[in-house]
Ligand binder design. Structure first.
Ligand code: HXC
Length: 258
């Protein structure tokens, strides 16, 4: 499918989706969100793809939802279109692992999009923020909920109330991002991580994703039970036999997603 606001590239089992509205710092407008939704669905269905990267430019992952597009909307417009709702669901419903590779600004909906991915690798230039309060609104797709679970109440309140930006070093210290790398190595690092994931059994990778995500939705005892049931279930796969046999035979496993 031809896209205008994103660039999609599939290489070595990794689909890279690059947000591409440079004149607007990748502000998330309806067209971009629609194209992102379609590209994620395509990647999820494409048997060649085993891991997905969402990235932006050196200056901005995404500077938020498109303020120009939103500015004249009414409550009814936002409610009836469920602004960003179905697109957000499309990101979190994607079954293959998604890495956010963030350089520059990840603000408002941009920070929220990064948090909907499975983990965030940040360039040392990354700046995260929930500055919606400066526009007379608040975060709308996770900035008060996911961010609070990820970095705790005090920092989430600080970010949402003052609208200040958090740099990459603070974001790593706070648990928002998994690694910080020099900006010039961001894509190499993200692709390296994606290729590592692509080597695994897709069944295990999808199960990891389901299990970790479940920890945000349920109690510890229910989450532990869910994890254990998935762990037990994986013994029904050929990939478990192969993985354990390869370990004992001191060779690299050949997973076949069965
Ligand atoms: C539309 C945007 C934009 C945005 C930047 N631009 N952010 N357009 N929506 N969110 C545009 C600018 O208007 C400008 O276009 C061009 O991108 C370059 O931006 P500058 O402001 O000139 O760049 P700079 O001075 O470097 O400042 C960068 C910045 C600033 C700090 C990131 O642009 C900024 O504060 N942007 C808004 C960030 C924000 O408030 N995000 C939250 C949005 S609300 P022109 O045409 O003038 O050159 C949100 C809610 C999500 O995300 C809820 C979902 C349900």
């Amino acid at each position: 499918m031809a896209y205008e606001t994103i660039i999609v590239e599939v290489e070595d089992h990794v689909a890279t989706i690059k947000l591409n509205r440079p004149d607007a710092l990748n502000a998330l407008n309806t067209q971009l969100l629609g194209e992102l939704t379609a590209a994620l669905a395509e990647a999820d269905e494409n048997d060649k793809v085993r891991c997905i990267i969402i990235t932006g430019s050196a200056k901005a992952f995404a500077a938020g939802a498109d303020i120009k597009e939103m500015s004249e909307k009414s409550y009814v417009d936002m409610f009836m279109s469920d602004f960003f709702g179905k697109e957000g669901n499309a990101v979190i419903k994607t079954r293959k692992p998604i890495i956010a590779a963030v350089a520059g600004y990840a603000l408002g909906g941009g920070c929220e999009l990064a948090m909907m991915c499975d983990f965030i690798i940040a360039a040392d230039t990354a700046k995260f923020g929930q500055p919606e309060i400066n526009l007379g609104v608040i975060a709308g797709i996770g900035g008060s909920q996911r961010l609070t679970r990820f970095i705790g109440k005090s920092k989430a309140m600080d970010m949402n109330l003052t609208g200040r930006f958090m740099d990459a070093e603070e974001a790593e210290r706070s648990g928002l991002v998994s690694r910080v790398v020099p900006a010039k190595s961001l894509m190499e690092e993200a692709k390296g991580a994606a290729e590592k994931i692509a080597e695994k059994s897709m069944i295990s990778a999808m199960a990891v994703k389901e299990a970790v995500n479940r920890s945000y939705e349920t109690t510890l005892s229910e989450g532990l039970l869910y994890e254990r049931r998935l762990f037990h279930a994986l013994f029904a796969t050929e990939d478990q036999k192969e993985g354990m046999a390869a370990f004992m035979e001191k060779r690299t496993p050949q997973f076949r997603d069965r």
